[in-house]
Design a protein. Structure first.
Length: 408
């Protein structure tokens, strides 16, 4: 019995935190990214334009990234477990209420408040907790944690499409809501805010070992916001995120407009998920080796280049090629951004700093997908929306490189 107790005590809990974060991001963002499967059914149900339906996702995305500025500091003070559990419960409740909506306005309220507030409560606190458990292997751990987003993008949209085909869109939302509550809340209960809560040290170091960083080190939120580096990262994220989330809403409608069957088109999102998962799993170690700032800039460049493939894709093969390459760079971007923030500003107030940084992503998410939908309504084409998306990632690469003073 004593041997078992010592074994449990010596087991580094950081990897359990990473696993729990993986499930939370899978459920939260997987549920959000099913939205592309619902665009057509919601348009038909409510006789709505593509722009007005796309606004549902944009509002939710804006809210869950913007709320990090509130949920991050709350988690820094009160701990991540309760907040993440509440968030996952709200995700499920929002989906269930969306299933009972009888107007598009009710869908706005249910989806925006459920997905928006729910993911907002869980995402930034979860990322902040993972960063505190690791220093040396922070890039790898962060990549593994948010790879749940990639797996969720792979699994959840096809699941939603199958549920819609068999149970209609209301039944699909109801089923997804039940899954979100069961899996999401269960994973949230495994979270721990930092190694000290279990008498451990970052990266599993033994007591007394020399540490390159402690949880007491780092800038305050106010100090971070005053730095040119934060302002540059913020502007890069804002500009870049205008285009980043456009494919998650419009790639499936784009494909079906070109005669590709819905069952095939929805797997384009799955291909983004595959590329994204590889980006998070495989590129974390690369970032730790070549420099996380340089890696972040290269992710923006990669997203800009891959969006050019979309611009010339009208058949399944080039569209799947786009989805895989875009997913790879998108996954690397999501994985490394929190680690770059930790490198730049320290771990002491990291949840609050990440939350403040992600308000930039909130603005970009609000502008990008909805604007792409309204551009389509006006022009009946996606060419301009895709071009703007690619340009935004290119500009973000330049701004971020200047902020981090990245050079060859």
């Amino acid at each position: 019995m004593n041997f078992v107790a010592r074994s449990e005590a010596n087991r580094f809990y950081g990897w359990f935190v990473v696993a729990a974060a993986f499930v939370i991001t899978l459920v939260g963002f997987g549920s959000a990214y099913t939205f592309s499967s619902f665009v057509g059914p919601l348009q038909r149900e409510f006789g709505a334009s593509r722009g007005s339906v796309s606004l549902v996702f944009s509002l939710a995305g804006c809210l869950y990234f913007a709320l990090g500025v509130v949920s991050g500091p709350i988690a820094d003070r009160w701990g991540v477990r309760k907040l993440a559990a509440i968030g996952m419960g709200l995700v499920g409740l929002g989906l269930i209420l969306a299933a009972r909506s009888h107007t598009l306005r009710q869908v706005y309220v249910a989806y925006t408040l459920g997905i928006g507030i729910g993911v907002g409560c869980a995402y930034v606190p979860t990322l902040g907790a993972v960063q505190r458990w690791f220093v040396k292997r922070r890039g790898l751990a962060s990549g593994l944690a948010v790879s749940g987003i990639g797996v969720g993008t792979l699994v959840m949209p096809p699941l939603a499409s199958w549920l819609i085909a068999n149970f209609a869109w209301r039944g699909a939302y109801l089923a997804l809501g039940i899954v979100a509550i069961g899996l999401g809340v269960g994973a949230a209960l495994l979270m721990e805010n930092d190694p000290g809560s279990r008498g451990q040290h970052p990266d599993g170091r033994q007591a007394g070992a020399q540490a390159p960083e402690t949880l007491r080190e780092g800038l305050s939120v106010r100090e971070a916001l005053r730095t040119a580096r934060f302002r540059g990262l913020y502007l890069g994220c804002l500009v870049g995120s205008v285009g980043v989330f456009v494919p998650f809403v419009h790639l499936v409608p784009y494909a079906t407009d070109r005669g590709i069957r819905v069952g095939t088109a929805v797997w384009l999102l799955g291909a983004i998920g595959i590329g994204s998962t590889f980006g998070r799993f495989l590129l974390g170690n690369v970032a730790d080796r070549i420099g996380r700032g340089r890696f972040l800039v290269s992710m923006y460049v990669g997203m800009a280049a891959s969006l050019a493939i979309w611009a010339f894709g009208g058949t399944p093969v080039p569209l799947f090629a786009f989805a895989l390459t875009f997913g790879l760079f998108y996954g690397g971007w999501v994985a490394i951004l929190p680690a770059v923030a930790a490198d730049c500003f320290g771990a002491k107030h990291l949840g609050a700093i990440i939350g403040a940084l992600y308000t930039s992503v909130a603005i970009g998410t609000l502008i990008g997908p909805s604007s792409a939908g309204f551009i389509y309504d006006f022009t009946h084409r996606y060419a301009w929306a895709i071009a703007i998306s690619a340009a935004s990632s290119g500009v973000a690469a330049v701004v971020t490189a200047m902020a981090l003073k990245v050079s060859r």
